[in-house]
Design a protein around this ligand. Structure first.
Ligand SMILES: [Zn+2]
Length: 69
């Protein structure tokens, strides 16, 4: 029998999901861009920036909070 999640657990999950969607988009884009460039060269980041301007904010968020996902 599954235990009902506590309010705290639900709040944490809501926070991750609410912020997680664009971050997950960034992760998917990051991997897709590696199909074009197998490295993190300026050309690679140009591909990422073309599809997702402002990707730096998502990368920074992942560096800070990624271990909590
Ligand atoms: Zn990469």
């Amino acid at each position: 029998m599954a235990r009902a999640p506590t309010g705290v657990a639900l709040a944490c999950r809501a926070g991750v999901v609410g912020r997680g969607a664009p971050v997950l988009h960034y992760v998917a884009l990051h991997e897709a861009a590696h199909l074009l460039e197998l490295n993190h060269s300026p050309r690679y980041w140009a591909h990422v920036a073309r599809v997702m301007p402002g990707w730096q904010a998502h990368r920074a968020w992942l560096r800070t909070h990624g271990h909590t996902l």
